[in-house]
Write a protein that binds this ligand. Structure first.
Ligand SMILES: NC(=O)c1ccc[n+]([C@@H]2O[C@H](COP(=O)([O-])OP(=O)(O)OC[C@H]3O[C@@H](n4cnc5c(N)ncnc54)[C@H](O)[C@@H]3O)[C@@H](O)[C@H]2O)c1
Length: 442
């Protein structure tokens, strides 16, 4: 078995690392930690050599188009059909895949026997019916996050998947992002000590609205802003970051409390433009979550706080609480530029907090890309490509990505429980009825 000390997180590029994960998978090291990477293993790719999955896309709006542009660069897929009930988006999609059949009703599309798999990039409220119907029709499914708008629908999707024998992927791309994989290895190996806190936030400064040509189209286009169609910041942004917190903790929180309000964007919207929550784990650690869209000073981040140091996953950096890490730790992680940290400049009478965050820290992966988090479509190099490519492989082999749906399920459910805590102004205990077998939360 290859020892973790031999894994040099900076000596390989993004896709090489995932390949590397595959080879290690056979030895049970990385693969046992990140089992959803199974389809990235070289032997899995060899199984699908020269094969193409016949894929249909349902929902051809901005995220659907982002995926389409990635699909153009993939070998093991042929896009054979497109579906949207909003004609302008369908015609944009049709220009990208001119040979694909077009549908305005997904039921008709699901009747096509040649279609093996569907990619669902429709709004949240449509995820559960589309996914459940597609699985029932015998299709493999990739559905965008979050899973669903209600707890019952999340559970119904999970059960439909378990009963179907088909492949289901949910769009939690951080699970395929190299800098996250490397960081999680460090965290789980204890390089930063024991995890004693999680802080995540996503700040933007824009109204989150899209232009509409007629008032009749307001809800079709701006579905994110209405409570019967969307969970707002919690289901659109927080799901990604709650998943990261649980991944780092290897636990699911059991208590949730929070507040939310419309502070600035006082238009016809119904969803909060400002949320602040605490998720509490059974071992006493808390994950603090904040999001608002009327100030972007803080940007976006997931900070995993350890007793010896901190990881900032979005920036792809880690920091030790003491300025110079112990030599043993440096040897263990076998990486990084080995630069002595810059001296902190002390000048003038300002108060200097007792903090390590004035350090520049170390890059987790020097090849990794970072994003401002301001786009509602997605960023290049954030794991989305690898996630979808892995789905195409799985849809050919019929082999699922272990733990992927469970990670997505719990982040979706926790986002919804967060909303419930806000609405009901009380501390919510994770309800037993919505627990599924996973981690230590059976
Ligand atoms: N993983 C990520 O980072 C990421 C990024 C952006 C969006 N998303 C997710 O992708 C999904 C789509 O978001 P978007 O910004 O592309 O939305 P969008 O409004 O731009 O596009 C959704 C499309 O689905 C179509 N649609 C709605 N109901 C339909 C139905 N029943 N049948 C067929 N088509 C239907 C709409 O007409 C629209 O064209 C959302 O769930 C969102 O959360 C994920």
């Amino acid at each position: 078995m290859k020892s973790l000390t031999n894994i040099n997180p900076i000596d390989t590029g993004r896709r090489d690392f995932i390949k590397h994960a595959g080879t290690l998978g056979t030895a049970g090291v990385l693969f046992s930690t990140f089992p959803w990477l199974q389809s990235c293993k070289e032997e899995e790719k060899m199984k699908v050599d020269k094969q193409k999955v016949k894929l249909a896309i349902i929902g051809t709006g901005s995220r659907g188009q982002y995926h389409m542009n990635n699909l153009l660069k993939m070998d093991h897929v042929e896009v054979v059909a497109l579906c949207d009930n909003y004609a302008p988006n369908l015609s944009i999609a049709s220009a990208i895949f001119p040979h694909a059949r077009t549908f305005d009703d997904y039921h008709k599309l699901l009747e096509c026997k040649d279609i093996q798999a569907v990619l669902i990039a429709a709004p949240l409220f449509a995820h559960a019916p589309l996914t459940i119907d597609a699985l029932a029709a015998g299709k493999h499914v990739f559905c965008e996050k979050s899973m669903a708008l209600t707890l019952d629908d999340c559970l119904a999707m999970y059960r439909a998947y378990k009963n179907s024998g088909k492949v289901l992927y949910i769009g939690q791309q951080r699970l395929f992002d190299t800098k996250y994989l490397k960081a999680m290895e460090m965290i789980h190996k204890g390089v930063l000590g024991d995890v004693c806190g999680v802080r995540s936030y996503w700040f933007r400064n824009n109204d989150w609205k899209r232009p509409v040509t007629s008032p009749d189209l307001e809800k079709q286009i701006n579905w994110r802003l209405y409570k019967d169609l969307s969970g707002g910041l919690m289901t659109e942004l927080a799901t990604h970051q709650l998943q990261v917190g649980n991944w780092a903790m290897q636990m699911i929180p059991d208590k949730i409390m929070g507040t939310g309000s419309i502070v600035h964007w006082k238009d016809e919207r119904e969803v909060y433009d400002n949320v602040s929550l605490i998720y509490s784990y059974a071992n006493g650690v808390t994950m603090n979550y904040e999001s608002l869209i009327s100030n972007k000073f803080n940007g976006l981040e997931e900070q995993i706080l350890g007793t010896k140091g901190t990881v900032e996953l979005e920036k792809g950096r880690y920091y030790f609480d003491e300025a110079e890490p112990a030599p043993g730790i440096m040897q263990l992680i076998n990486q990084i530029e080995h630069k002595v940290l810059d001296d902190v400049a002390f000048a003038g009478p300002s108060w200097v907090p007792e903090t390590a965050n004035v350090n520049k820290g170390f890059l987790i992966d020097e090849n990794a890309s970072t994003t401002s988090g301001s786009s509602s479509v997605g960023a290049v190099g954030d794991g989305s490509f690898e996630l979808l490519e892995a789905f195409c492989t799985s849809a050919i082999t019929g082999e699922n990505a272990p733990n992927l749906v469970e990670e997505a399920y719990y982040s979706s459910v926790l986002a919804l429980l967060g909303l419930q805590a806000i609405e009901e102004q009380r501390v919510i205990t994770f309800p037993d009825a919505y627990k599924i077998p996973y981690l230590n939360f059976m």
